[in-house]
Design a protein around this ligand. Structure first.
Ligand SMILES: *Cc1c(COP(=O)(O)O)cnc(C)c1O
Length: 393
């Protein structure tokens, strides 16, 4: 059933749940079967040739996995969706499907670390021309797009300094150049931002983060224009980076509380960002919901909430971070983000560990920066926790 007339919280619960399973169970069964059997050879042939609905082999499609794909499709407003073993599989499969030798991709310097590695270390080896622009320099992005562009790849807000790019403005420029527009919507989630409605052709997620929400399953999902999703699906079913039924179930289950979690995380992150901004020991706060943030106006226009992630620096640099971070009680000091538990860590150790100090400085990432992904704990408890930890420096 199509839930496009309903709000996001309702879609997150009901979308995909009408995919048929025998005995009409009230929750999605985990269909661990690798293969699906037929008694009628004509029906088998019809399904195998794509002329009837059904499942053949789980590297291609699987009913449990389909439920998750359908949830993301409807939340993002896409015509179709497909899924992957991880977020990086969603990104690499999408890029390698469209960026064949001789093509040109325009993107940002601040994309997720793994994505950046594809742009810098892998695509050039396949004779793809990669142009990475200063993330918030919209004029440079527009002029590079106009020079010739087959694919525009965006991410907003970015990791870890929460830079914001104008999806609609750049999608308009890309359309004039005939480019496919892909947006990594992991940080915002479909609750806060829908790139397809702003002109993107494809939107993708590391479902490992907010969609799953509990740090217990990995996956990736791609949604958007049917013929484009289909092309990436055909690449993925052959190269084999398919999502399994077990993690698909975990992610789809997590998604039922997506709106509730994101509402709490939006509120907590904004409250914490304002608190830190006024704190004498905090030197800098990056959060798109602060009026002082360079991307605030664009974020206000294209996002419904500002998300659960912020970053901040403390006086005394990395030495202070080493003292303060371990004092936090309601935080896992760990990589990743978007979980029910608060997660925090210095980008110099987590997402940007492979860069040198100079490269981090060029991206505007101070050595003493802390990325903080608010969980769904009580907001006041998170504030008191930060208060007591900041007292130690
Ligand atoms: C984590 C992350 C990815 C990669 O996802 P995995 O599931 O870890 O492969 C991609 N983009 C963003 C913005 C992320 O935060």
């Amino acid at each position: 059933m199509d839930f496009s007339g309903y709000k996001n919280g309702t879609k997150a619960i009901w979308a995909g749940e009408d995919i048929p399973f025998s005995n009409s169970p009230a929750t999605t069964p985990v269909v661990n079967s690798v293969t699906f059997s037929y008694t009628d050879l004509d029906e088998w042939y019809a399904v195998a040739t794509g002329n009837a609905k059904g499942y053949i082999y789980s590297r291609n499609t699987n009913p449990t996995v389909r439920v998750l794909e359908e949830k993301v499709r409807q939340l993002e407003g896409g015509e179709d969706a497909t899924s992957f073993a991880t977020g990086m599989a969603a990104i690499s499969n999408t890029l390698f499907t469209f960026l064949t030798p001789g093509k040109r991709v325009v993107s940002l310097k601040d994309t997720y670390g793994g994505t950046s590695k594809i742009f810098l270390d892998f695509l050039p080896g396949y004779n793809v021309d990669v142009k990475l622009c200063d993330t918030t320099d919209h004029e440079q992005l527009e002029s590079e797009i106009a020079k010739g562009c087959d694919l525009l790849y965006l991410e907003t807000p970015t990791n870890p300094t929460l830079k914001v790019v104008d999806i609609k403005r750049l999608a308009d420029a890309a359309k004039k150049a005939g480019a496919i527009v892909v947006v990594d919507n992991t940080f915002a989630t479909p609750i806060n931002q829908n790139p397809l409605l702003l002109g993107a052709d494809l939107v993708l997620h590391s479902a490992t983060k907010f969609l799953c929400g509990h740090s217990d399953a990995m996956g990736g999902v791609l949604a958007g224009r049917k013929e484009l999703v289909r092309k990436v699906f055909q690449f993925r079913e052959i190269n084999g980076a398919s999502l399994q039924a077990e993690p698909a179930y975990m992610i789809a289950r997590g998604m039922k509380t997506l709106e509730l979690r994101i509402e709490r995380q939006n509120t907590s992150a904004l409250t914490i960002a304002r608190y830190l901004k006024a704190h004498p020991k905090v030197t800098e706060v990056f959060y798109p919901g602060l009026e002082t943030h360079a991307g605030y106006d664009i974020a206000k226009r294209q996002m419904r909430g500002f998300g659960g992630i912020l970053s901040f620096s403390v006086g005394g640099g990395y030495e202070s971070v080493k003292k303060m971070l371990p004092r936090l009680k309601l935080v896992h000091l760990a990589a990743s983000l978007g979980s029910v538990n608060t997660l925090a860590g210095p980008p110099r150790t987590t997402s940007h560990v492979e860069l040198t100090e100079e490269q981090r400085a060029l991206l505007g990432i101070p050595e003493g920066l802390i990325r903080y992904s608010a969980g769904i704990e009580n907001t006041d408890d998170l504030l008191s926790d930060l208060e007591q930890a900041l007292k130690t420096i």
